[in-house]
Design a protein around this ligand. Structure first.
Ligand code: HEC
Length: 214
């Protein structure tokens, strides 16, 4: 269109000045061009990105891969209703035990003779000098020979440090220390966190390595 105008004006011997006037007029007729896409302003884009970002962080932190037995968006125990049933760490620990430990150590805590050692009456669960060992076993797993209540076992336990939070490990250990006639003090999340921090990333322990722990 514009080049048509151009050549037409040139043929008719128009002066530079009149060409410029025509250009100015054509320029004024052109619709005004707006910046960006008016239907999706930059601010909205920013808010959407922020929402997706925080949503992902929240899910990664709290979903526990949506395991129905683990998923709990309230990291702290549920608030007690006045006069309602009291929810103790041991009760929360029983849920963790049922989801993660019961297949081997059994609901009775007796394990299976020759295969899975008992937790009921176990010196590894009850005795103060084994407290750190017990936490280490659940965090990192155990391989090779171990003697429990005078019986030998030589198998492997998988690590749980990667799938259970400090609070969940503390709760399950508090549970196994207070169930089946066991009676040893509770384990706190802070104790688990301290052992986790001290040991760092590593493979399963042997009993020999446990006894070398300071
Ligand atoms: C796949 C089976 C299996 C699962 C699941 C399992 N354990 Fe074990 N656990 C074992 C075996 C086997 C040993 C002995 C390992 C060895 O022989 O070196 C053991 C050893 C232990 C010990 C020390 C020995 C004793 O009997 O006192 C503790 C404490 C323990 N497990 C606690 C747990 C807790 C708590 C869980 C759940 C978070 C758990 N285990 C889940 C198989 C399992």
């Amino acid at each position: 269109m514009r080049s048509d105008h151009h050549s037409h004006l040139e043929q008719s011997g128009a002066s530079d000045e009149s060409i410029q006037q025509v250009h100015t007029r054509l320029q004024a007729q052109k619709p005004e061009k707006k910046e960006g896409n008016p239907r999706f302003p930059l601010v909205l884009l920013g808010i959407t990105c922020a929402a997706i970002f925080f949503g992902s962080i929240y899910l990664a932190h709290y979903s526990s891969r949506f395991d129905p037995l683990i998923y709990n968006e309230n990291q702290k125990p549920v608030k007690q209703a006045a006069g309602g049933p009291v929810i103790t760490p041991a009760m929360l620990g029983k849920r963790v035990f049922t989801a993660n430990c019961v297949t081997c150590h059994q609901a009775t805590g007796q394990g299976q003779p020759g295969v899975y050692p008992p937790l009921a009456g176990s010196e590894w669960v009850l005795e103060p000098q084994h407290e750190k060992h017990m936490i280490a076993i659940v965090l990192h797993g155990l391989n090779g020979p171990i003697t429990v209540k005078g019986n030998s076992f030589n198998s492997a336990m998988t690590p749980f440090g990667g799938i259970l939070r400090d609070e969940q490990i503390a709760n399950v250990l508090t549970y196994i220390r207070s169930e089946w006639g066991n009676n040893a003090p509770p384990i706190t999340p802070e104790q688990v966190a301290a052992v986790r921090a001290e040991l760092g990333a590593r493979g399963p322990f042997t009993v020999q390595e446990l006894s070398n722990l300071k």
